[in-house]
Design a protein around this ligand. Structure first.
Ligand SMILES: [Zn+2]
Ligand SMILES: [Zn+2]
Length: 258
């Protein structure tokens, strides 16, 4: 009965309060057309207008087997990038849903700095897509969102990395722990720093409160953006040194160098 009423009233409701795109604020078309580029993005229709959806670029293959960076040459196979061949990382693999550009970049900014938490649902859905695309959930024990410093958390009111998984971890039946990894030192914003500076900036910035929780476990660290990997690598170091079997990285977006 409620559903019937809802269906009857919807056209009036939509005429009075047309839905708007969460990124560009244009009105969403009432007729939802198919999204041709990637049908998995059709579910975003209630949140993003067609042109903002067009401007989402899922990570394309080939990618680096380890850090997940997409290579420009499309006909190649997956292989290791130069940096990963040199190898000084603690995680096994990093994977992201899409490139840190266009709509994804704008949406992440709006979520973090504009506190537009309504974006958590569509962005969380994309994180979930990346998770199921790149992992077998039966082989994952624990998800840990990269923590903010308590001061930053208080200012912002939420940890965006946690919001990206909050809606679906339970449905997937995976444990998520927001307490065992702490950011004990405030770090400078990475956007102003070089790669080398980023590494020393995060060194010693985190602490694992209950290391026994990760021992022999396969852990995925979750963050919004992978840029140089300095932050997640520092977290992965702590978790690996506490005896974790493997540490992987899941991010919503992946910045591409150069
Ligand atoms: Zn839009
Ligand atoms: Zn790599």
């Amino acid at each position: 009965m409620n559903r019937l009423l809802e269906n009857l009233l919807r056209p009036f409701w939509e005429a009075l309060f047309p839905a708007i795109c969460l990124v560009c604020h244009s009105y969403l078309p009432s007729q939802r057309e198919e999204y041709s580029k990637d049908p998995t993005l059709d579910n975003l229709a209630p949140y993003f207008c067609p042109s903002c959806r067009e401007d989402i670029q899922p990570v394309h293959f080939p990618i680096c087997n380890r850090c997940g960076i997409p290579f420009a040459l499309r006909e190649d196979e997956n292989h290791l990038c130069g940096e990963c061949i040199e190898g000084n990382g603690y995680f096994r693999k990093a994977r992201a849903f899409g490139l840190y550009t266009g709509t994804l970049r704008k949406a992440i900014h709006l979520l973090k700095f504009g506190k537009r938490t309504g974006l958590a649902r569509p962005l969380g859905a994309l994180s979930r897509l990346a998770f199921s695309r790149f992992w077998d959930k039966d082989l994952v024990d624990l998800l840990i969102p990269v923590p903010l410093h308590i001061k930053r958390l208080r200012e912002r009111g939420f940890n965006q990395s946690f919001l990206l998984i909050k809606e679906w971890v339970r449905e997937e039946g995976i444990a998520c722990d927001t307490g065992i990894l702490r950011r004990v030192r405030q770090t400078r914003p990475h956007s102003e720093l070089s790669r080398k500076e980023r590494i020393s900036n995060v060194r010693g910035a985190f602490k694992l409160t209950r290391p026994e929780k990760v021992k022999d476990r396969t852990v995925i660290l979750v963050d919004d953006v992978y840029t140089t990997g300095a932050t997640v690598n520092e977290c992965a170091r702590l978790i690996k040194e506490a005896g974790a079997k493997d540490v992987d990285i899941l991010t919503l977006a992946r910045a591409v160098r150069g």
